[in-house]
Design a protein around this ligand. Structure first.
Ligand code: AMP
Length: 277
């Protein structure tokens, strides 16, 4: 496995790859969720490139950029075991030199949910992913369903800007109690970790109500909110029952929908989602 720090070196290696290339963008501190993306990329491509970069521009002021967990040596070991060809881990001044002044702004789909709660977040995400696409020129790029809105933003960007690659979505990998794996789960104390299962419980409730024939989206939101409010360590940011294509909030479940939520457990903000219908 090549461990690459510069864009120039990445490009030199990339030019030697004539067959398919899968890219998996990550912020490191890898877990089984990330590795599911790497494994699918491994199955579907001749070469696999994984980026490890904690992108400062997608963190807001007062968010956890400085505290974000990092363990580069462990990440490299895991990637090596999965048969990764190139780990790309650029320093900040390689990705954002002092003269840097161009940004990718995806409209509409970024207005709600994470975009509303974290202003500027998706501008940072779209910009870094566009840069990685331009640097790596992958055949396919792999993203987790865990970050459902991020997937929509990247698909929109790739289509709007005619980026010549396929965006592949990989199902969310969960712990045994349903909690979606996340590098941020490491922030949780043992009590908070137990409380964090409330996210999946609320999503599973929405799925159950939908299966039982409930069509009233507001009734489902109310039941989810009531459940989350019963957990003393949880503070709700949002719950959403939205159109799976546009993320517009729904009144009635008359088309494919996605339930999503953001909840603070102590100081840790967690997100998750499940499809409905
Ligand atoms: P991150 O390092 O958190 O930026 O995540 C890198 C990629 O891994 C993103 O496409 C995430 O959606 C994906 N990912 C993170 N957690 C999971 C999970 N539990 N299951 C599937 N994909 C995940």
């Amino acid at each position: 496995m090549h461990v690459v720090r510069t864009i120039a070196e990445l490009r030199t290696l990339r030019r030697k790859l004539s067959d398919t290339v899968g890219l998996v963008p990550t912020m490191g501190y890898l877990h089984e969720g990330h590795l599911a993306l790497v494994r699918q990329a491994r199955r579907e491509n001749a070469a696999v490139i994984v980026s490890i970069y904690v992108n400062p521009s997608q963190f807001g002021a007062g968010e956890d950029f400085g505290a974000y967990p990092r363990d580069f040596d462990r990440d490299l070991e895991l990637l090596q075991k999965e048969g990764t060809d190139i780990a790309f881990a650029p320093p900040d001044d390689e990705m954002y030199p002092p003269v840097f002044s161009s940004w990718v702004d995806v409209e509409k789909v970024t207005e709600r949910l994470e975009g509303a709660s974290r202003p500027g977040h998706f501008r940072g995400v779209a910009t870094i992913v566009a840069k990685l696409f331009n640097i790596v020129q992958p055949t396919k790029a792999y993203f987790g369903q865990k970050d459902a809105q991020q997937v929509m933003v990247i698909k929109r960007m790739a289509a709007d800007l005619n980026m010549d690659l396929e965006v592949v979505i990989v199902p969310t990998v969960r712990e045994s109690d349903g909690l979606a794996m996340s590098s941020r789960n490491t922030y949780l104390s043992p009590e908070e970790r137990q409380a964090a299962s409330i996210l999946f419980k609320a999503l599973a409730l929405a799925q159950r109500l939908t299966r039982d024939g409930e069509k009233d989206a507001e009734a489902i939101r109310r039941r989810m909110v009531a459940l989350i409010q019963k957990e003393p360590l949880a503070r709700l940011d949002y719950v959403s029952i939205a159109d799976a294509e546009t993320l517009e909030e729904l009144d009635s479940l008359d088309r494919p929908a996605v339930a999503s939520l953001a909840v603070r457990i102590g100081e840790t903000r967690l997100i998750d989602n499940l499809p409905l219908g």
